[in-house]
Structure formats: structure tokens, C-alpha cells
Ligand binder design. Sequence first.
Ligand SMILES: [Fe+2]
Ligand SMILES: [Fe+2]
Length: 229
Amino acid sequence: MMRELFRRRYLDLLGSIYIYNEHRGYTAIDRVLEAVRLRWPDDHAFIARIERHRADEFKHYRMFRRWFELRGVMPLAVDRTCGHIDRFVGIMFGSAIDDLDPSTIVRRDDLFERLCRVISLTEKRGHRQVEILLRHPVVNSDSRLMKIFRIIEQDEPSHWAPYDDWLTAHARRTTSWWERTIDRFIHGELLMLKLPALFLNPQLGRRTTWPDEHDPVARCEGARLAVAS
Ligand SMILES: [Fe+2]
Ligand SMILES: [Fe+2]
């Protein structure tokens, strides 16, 4: 009984942190895309690779949403303190992702290359984490979740490649030891401090809406539907 409660809580929390991060992933890439289209409108190959990355993260998001729908519960209301990329961008740029202005980033090459390194490290971290989860007994007990993580494991390497290739092609340095240290710190903090705290927090409620219901496009479509009806 205790064991089953523990298992359910663990999976709920894991799925909630993942759906948050996948959603944050594709919405953050939209900002990167905006910046790249402004700065290098003719670099169709680079733009296409980022678009594929965006499509993948959206696909991951949809898989977790489906997983929750089949469980019959909404995700737990975890916030951006559980977002790896949120914390990383916060530390590296001193501001939230949504406050980063794409037109500022593209005017400054040093900011854009920093962003490439942050994305690359985040994706590599994600890949290593999925490999750990695929060996985790609680995750192993959920065949649908295993299927999702196997797909993510396959997809991830193509996610960091465009940014690493951009850095190489423009003769920019790749990640430094201190950037890797920050990445490790954020991950450790999430695993050792935030996850246990959320696990034990009885106040942690569930979301009442799906994250994608708040996307700008979804809002526009909603508005169009409202006008049409
Ligand atoms: Fe993903
Ligand atoms: Fe990814």
C-alpha cells in the first residue's frame, strides 16, 4: 500500500516536471527561432534544424500530456523553479527566458553563442538523465512511460547538434568547465533539494489547465473560434 502510494507520487512528480520542461522547451525555442530568423533569414538549413528541434519538443510535450490523460489526472502544479533551462538562462543571462529579447540576442554574437551553449548543455543533460531513468525500477514499472523515454533517448542527440555545429562553424568556443559546473549544480539542486521537497509537500496542487492552452498561438486560435461562433 505504502509502496504503491510512493510509486504513484513519484511518477506523478516525474511526469509533471517533464511536461513542464518539454513545454518550456518548445516555447523557448520559439524565441530562439524568432531571433535566428531576424539575424540570418537566409540560413535556411540552420532554421530548418531548429524547427525540427521545436517539433520534437512539441511531440514530447504531447506524449506526456497523453500519458496524464490516460492516467486521468492533471499534472502537479510545478513551476519554473523546476525548469532546468529556466534556471540556466536565469543564471547565465540574469533574466527570465520570457524577458530575453530576441532582437537583443541577435544583435550581440556573444549572447547568441552563450545561448547555443546553454541549449546544448541542457539537451546533453536531458539525454544522460533519460538513460538513468530507463534503468530506474519505478519507471520500469510503467510501460507507457518507458516508451516515451525511449523515444526521447533517440531524439535527443539531434537536439544539441545544430547548436554545437553553429559554434564550430563560426569558430566559437564550446562549453567551458564553469558552464558545465553551473549545469551540474542546477541538476543537483533539482534532484537533491526540489524533488524531495515537492514529493513531501502536501500543499502541492494540480494544474487546472494544460500548459499549451496558454500558448500565444492557441490563444489566437481560441480568439478566432470565439469570433467565428
Ligand atoms: Fe524533449
Ligand atoms: Fe530535447
